[in-house]
Write a protein that binds this ligand. Structure first.
Ligand code: SF4
Ligand code: SF4
Length: 162
């Protein structure tokens, strides 16, 4: 499918999802996420760590500066800035803690890193814009969305004529 046709199909799918039962869609998305996530190797990807703006909470900055054995002032100067929303964000992209495709502070990573791509969370239908924004970036989102197109009945199931 051409990129333009895929974009149009995804827009139509997002519009269609808004008309569906949100609880049923959450159940389908969460089941697909549980099946598909383990099949995708984030260490072969790393796209989110290379291209997302990471929000850092105060407590996270405190914990990580302690973990790195540095002061908060030095940590903030090296890694943080204030985003347009007024929240603290990482000041580098790709993330300064990425080495190859791996996170060098994985046990201490930020809540936004733990949450992404957020398919395990409720209210999928309220996050359609951001989810589809990450469609090209994240193979987990891509695979879940494509499977959902079929399982939800938006696209005819390939074996429907069998
Ligand atoms: S802190 Fe780790 S998981 Fe989060 S963006 Fe940076 S490298 Fe990725
Ligand atoms: S973009 Fe998606 S598949 Fe790639 S590393 Fe991030 S969560 Fe994993």
């Amino acid at each position: 499918m051409s990129p333009a046709n895929l974009l149009a199909e995804n827009q139509a799918f997002a519009d269609w999802l808004k008309q569906q039962d949100p609880v049923a869609i959450d159940q389908q998305v969460q089941a697909l996420e549980q099946r598909i996530s383990p099949e995708i190797d984030c260490l072969a990807c790393g796209n989110c760590c290379r291209s997302l703006m990471i929000v850092v909470e105060e407590a996270e900055a405190d914990a990580l500066s302690h973990h790195l054995n540095t002061t908060r002032a030095a940590f903030d100067a090296q890694y943080l800035e204030k985003g347009s929303s007024g929240r603290m964000v990482m000041n580098q992209m790709p993330c300064a803690f990425l080495a190859g495709n791996a996170c060098t502070i994985y046990p201490e990573r930020f809540s936004g890193c733990r949450e992404f791509p957020a398919l395990h969370l409720p209210h999928f239908n309220k996050r359609l814009f951001t989810t589809f924004m990450h469609y090209e970036r994240c193979p987990i989102i891509r695979e879940v969305v494509e499977a959902l197109k079929k399982e939800s009945g938006f696209l005819p199931h390939p074996h429907a004529q069998d």
